[in-house]
Design a protein around this ligand. Structure first.
Ligand SMILES: [Zn+2]
Ligand SMILES: [Zn+2]
Length: 358
């Protein structure tokens, strides 16, 4: 049994943590999601997407990963793969995509949601100001997506007039005979002409040309919780593409954050540099510093402060996601500025000081 290099497939090494593997997998799954490509590349992307999932289903499970590392044959992957492929044949990968972002365990995702009658998921990036991400906000997004035709309400027929489908004689299903090495297998499939409805429009709806679906730019208001960080994703259920006789896919809003002129962020803590003069450092004193909530806070600089001293303002950082009453801290690194230009008076005083130093 040929064993594939799952680490290589996911672009990681065998010493990488499960977090790193998950991150890399998410990136690849997004990149090769077959719903995002032109039809000529779809097959290739589907193959790649399958391969990525196969690799991840093994490496994301500690037991399977250890057994894979020991070089044992990848029975797990083989067996789960076979149950996957039937789903893939359905051509709808949005379930996988959804589960991926939901963070659901990969082991049972295929049994969890069998509904193949779901529109494609959409992904959209929103760029937030630093403080918008910290305290939360509401954003209006304009998303190009498929919606049900506004004229025929999705059934594709002009004036709701239908006739019986001649392909399936109104049955909605067709019997197919397939020759296999084990004999002829008879299978019932959904009629592709009427897509299982047994009837087709008498005349096609002039607005959507019978598709039942039109492309539209839709306004979506998204409530963004405070504490969200770059790279995190919000899911808007049913905010994706509509599907004739099905449920719409989901919309995934990926967060990006603009840098702040003063602060840098590390999870829920923020940091800044505060330039102080040599005399402030030597003599000590008070200094007002900016905070995230735009109020200034006065800090005390101790006598004889060294450059690089780090001060902490407790609870002045980013509010925790879903726990806004908890906040991170604000760190202030004091940097002593050495003056580049001196006035006559300053030069004289420093020269006096230098004499005392001797
Ligand atoms: Zn229509
Ligand atoms: Zn039919």
């Amino acid at each position: 049994m040929a064993t594939k290099d799952y680490y290589k497939i996911l672009g990681v090494t065998s010493t990488d943590s499960s977090d790193t593997i998950k991150k890399s997998y998410k990136k690849l799954a997004l990149k090769f999601h077959p719903d995002k490509v032109s039809p000529d590349k779809k097959k290739e992307y589907e193959e790649k997407f399958k391969e990525i999932n196969e690799a991840y289903s093994t490496l994301s499970d500690e037991t399977k990963r250890r057994s894979y590392d020991r070089g044992e044959t990848n029975n797990y992957a083989q067996s789960s793969q076979s149950s996957q492929s039937s789903q893939f044949e359905g051509g709808d990968l949005s379930d996988i995509f959804r589960n991926l972002f939901r963070g659901g365990s990969f082991g049972n995702q295929f049994s969890e949601e069998e509904d193949a009658n779901t529109g494609n998921d959409l992904q959209y990036e929103v760029v937030l100001e630093f403080t918008e991400a910290a305290f939360g906000c509401e954003k209006e997004l304009f998303i190009k997506k498929d919606i049900l035709c506004t004229l025929c309400k999705g059934d594709g027929a002009e004036n709701k007039q239908f006739k019986t489908c001649t392909t399936c004689n109104g049955q909605g299903r067709l019997k197919m005979n397939q020759r296999t090495p084990f004999g002829t297998i008879s299978q019932t499939i959904t009629c592709t002409t009427c897509r299982g409805k047994g009837k087709i429009p008498e005349h096609k709806c002039p607005h959507c040309k019978g598709a039942g679906i039109i492309s539209s730019k839709e306004k979506v208001t998204v409530k963004i919780p405070g504490g969200i960080n770059a790279g995190q994703t919000l899911r808007v259920k049913n905010g994706g593409n509509a599907l004739q006789n099905g449920t719409p896919g989901d919309l995934f809003v990926v967060i990006a954050i603009k840098p702040h002129p003063r602060f840098t962020r590390d999870e829920y803590d923020i940091s800044m540099e505060l330039p102080i003069t040599f005399s402030q450092a030597a003599l000590g004193g008070e200094q007002a510093v900016p905070t995230l909530s735009s109020e200034e806070i006065t800090i005390k600089i101790e006598k004889g402060t060294e450059s690089g001293t780090r001060l902490r303002l407790k609870g002045q950082g980013i509010p925790y996601l879903n726990h806004p009453s908890h906040r991170g801290d604000q760190f202030i690194t004091l940097k002593i500025k050495t003056p580049k230009k001196l006035t006559k008076a300053q030069t004289k005083l420093l020269e006096e000081l230098a004499k005392l130093d001797e």
